[in-house]
Design a protein around this ligand. Sequence first.
Ligand SMILES: Nc1nc2c(ncn2[C@@H]2O[C@H](COP(=O)(O)OP(=O)(O)OP(=O)(O)O)[C@@H](O)[C@H]2O)c(=O)[nH]1
Ligand SMILES: [Mg+2]
Length: 264
Amino acid sequence: MNSPPAHLRIAIYIPAYNAGRTLPLVLDRIPEDVKNRVEEIFIVDNASHDNTYLIAVGYKHEKGVHNLNIIRNERNLGYGGSQKVAYRYAIDQGYDAVVMLHGDAQYAPEKIGYLLEPFDKGEADMVFGSRMAGLPLKGGMPLHRYLGNRFLTVVENFVLDWNLSEYHSGFRVFSCAALRKIPFHLCSDDYHFDTEILVQFKLRGLRVVERPIPTHYGIERSYVNVWRYGLDILYVMGEYLLHQKGLRRLAKFDIPGGARDGAS
Ligand SMILES: Nc1nc2c(ncn2[C@@H]2O[C@H](COP(=O)(O)OP(=O)(O)OP(=O)(O)O)[C@@H](O)[C@H]2O)c(=O)[nH]1
Ligand SMILES: [Mg+2]
């Protein structure tokens, strides 16, 4: 029931940076039917300093996962930079959709089938797994992150005129046709790539559907400076407003066929 629709060509993308400890857990937890039905699971090792690459290669051979591939960036491209590599790759391979599943085991691979359902029904250009629509504090989200997330979400909903329950989860499924319509290569190489790409979806009039997912904070290592992350997001919201009012033109928000072009 929870498997991806047979007619869609789907890939799972696992961003990994120093994720050697958690990567096997993530791969183990991808349900067998999902493993068989997706065309490829590709890990992008973002020039990790630990044994992420070796563990990934070892896992593939030890477990005989024929459709698991590992790409290694020669230098660290940042969290956003690595997503650019992944989405370009997914587009070039001709996939219909690409699922981003973090390599640090914070998101539940068991939910992949559930997140793919809106694609099956042709209802979404992106599906966004929302922790805030579930029980984030029960899942161990630290209180300051919970409050920060809530605050930023209020601001983002106000500025973008959307009504999402959050913008910050990294469990996302993108339609590759939608990715082809936006200049995601112009987004940040840093964490706020995740926000800028949502703004591009908004400007292009693409459909974002959210689905509740469980929250899990566990043994993973966090590299995020939450204060800087918050300020970056507020800055992006400011940029969006200036761009929309025509006061500052930003190439990353000039989307052909988008709202400012007068298209629907
Ligand atoms: N920090 C970081 N993570 C990367 C990078 N490239 C890929 N990743 C992977 O991207 C995922 C998200 O990174 P995290 O640092 O955990 O960021 P986050 O999940 O948004 O924030 P936390 O809630 O603090 O974990 C992890 O699975 C990393 O292994 C990178 O250059 N830096
Ligand atoms: Mg994380």
